[in-house]
Design a binder for this molecule. Structure first.
Ligand code: 5CA
Ligand code: ZN
Length: 408
């Protein structure tokens, strides 16, 4: 599937810093050394109710990682899926009387437009599940053949006991795993399953539901295996970062890791599992099921500057859960205005230390608040005692552009 337009990245002087990220699986900061080629998989949208501020915050997080690697001179293979066939999408389509394909097509285009406005670097492979059905079915077939999958009626399930490392992404206790599994698309109590946590790999044909013929018969893919098939086909095992919001830790990334490891006999599935905090509105996680959503496209339509939206998101550290408020957006707009005024004159205070401080902040688990504070200090300095370095405003503009994605 086509992605969205490339974003140009200005080159920066000086030396980049090695990137460290918090890895959910080892529960520690991990050095993400990639050399000349980085590989990242970020779970994409289920295309309805796109793009809300929570989605935007999550994709922005992985955009910062992408920008860190690009600053280091690495080529980045960045793969993102679109879950364009799944129960919630079909339910929304039927509730609103729209064909599920039309709903997906419209929402994917809206998402592309919003990502473009927010200056998110596009994935190198933007892959929909509908275009990957045969690849998914081949993986399901392999799991069946190895005994790691089994039939319940016409459906196929993954046996979680086939991976001795199951549980090592999230480290949750059994009760928490069960609760999350039930809450996030699982069916713990279906009769005929070997283990309550076994998850659906393939859903056999039902009347009135879309289905495809494949090497495991007619039906459609389950959720987790879609991401495994797309990641393995486009990146291979042991890619550098598996990303998503922290609501995907369990079961989604746990199941993905296990299925990838069982399929290939190799590990790890990903070298680091990186999770963004969830954005809330009015005290509750912004979610499609609750309907408490702020949409990027609606903010843009009402005349909000796209760079103010991006800066408002950056004002919160990616790992904390936080609340979207209008005051956050107003603060970002005021800051953006100060930064724009500060880079307008032909000269300014030396920018070398500021660039180094922004690089250090971002290399330390994407500390955007410290990076923003460094630019604030330079802008403040410029406002009170303007400097005479002719290269400085340009370096600051290129720094915010390349590393934070903020075009001044
Ligand atoms: N299609 C699957 C992934 S394979 C999915 O979770 N789709 S989604 O549309 O529900 O979410 C897309 C991404 O946005 C996921 O990484 C999810 O963790 C993230 N996300 C959803 N809600 C929020 C929120 N309120 N705050 C931050 N991130 C969120
Ligand atoms: Zn996924």
């Amino acid at each position: 599937m086509y992605s969205w337009p490339e974003v140009s990245l200005p080159a920066l002087p000086g030396a980049p810093q090695p990137l460290q990220l918090f890895d959910t699986a080892t529960r520690s900061l991990k050095s993400v050394e990639v050399g000349s080629h980085a590989r990242m998989y970020v779970c994409g949208i289920t295309p309805y109710d796109a793009t809300h501020i929570g989605h935007a915050a999550t994709y922005l997080t992985f955009d910062l990682i992408n920008r860190q690697w690009r600053d280091q001179g690495a080529a980045v293979s960045y793969v993102q899926n679109v879950t364009d066939i799944d129960d919630p999408l079909l339910e929304r389509a039927s509730a609103t009387g729209v064909d599920w394909r039309d709903l997906a097509t419209d929402q994917i285009q809206l998402f592309r437009d919003d990502m473009t406005a927010l200056r998110i670097l596009p994935p190198t492979s933007f892959v929909s599940v509908v275009e990957s059905i045969e690849d998914v079915a081949i993986k399901v077939r392999a799991l069946l053949d190895s005994g790691a999958a089994y039939y319940v009626d016409q459906d196929i399930y993954f046996d979680v006991t086939s991976d001795p490392n199951f549980g090592q992404v999230g480290h949750y206790d059994a009760a928490t795993e069960l609760a999350y599994f039930a809450e996030r698309g699982g069916d713990p109590d279906r009769p005929g399953k070997r283990n309550q946590l076994d998850c659906l790999l393939w859903r056999g044909t039902r009347d009135g539901e879309p289905s495809w013929d494949s090497v495991v018969g007619s039906g459609r893919p389950g959720w987790h295996i879609e991401c495994v098939a797309i990641a393995l086909d486009h990146l291979g095992m042991s890619f550098d970062v598996q990303g998503g919001g922290n609501d995907l830790i369990f079961p989604h990334h746990e199941m993905s890791a296990s299925q990838g490891q069982v399929l290939t006999g190799e590990q790890p599935y990903a070298k680091a599992y990186v999770h963004a905090g969830l954005v809330a509105l009015d005290g509750e996680k912004m979610s499609k099921s609750r309907g408490n959503l702020v949409f990027v496209s609606k903010l843009l339509e009402s005349g909000v500057d796209e760079m103010a939206i991006r800066l408002a998101l950056l004002q919160n550290h990616y790992r904390t859960d936080w609340e979207w408020t209008d005051s956050n957006l107003h603060e970002a707009q005021a800051r953006l205005n100060r930064w724009r005024e500060a880079v307008a004159p032909p000269t300014g205070p030396s920018a070398d230390e500021t660039l180094a401080a922004v690089r250090t902040a971002l290399a330390g688990d994407l500390d955007t608040t410290a990076a923003i504070a460094a630019i604030d200090r330079w802008a403040e300095h410029q406002a009170t005692t303007p400097g005479d370095d002719p290269g400085a405003p340009g370096i600051i503009s290129r720094t915010t552009d390349a590393l934070l994605g903020i075009a001044l």
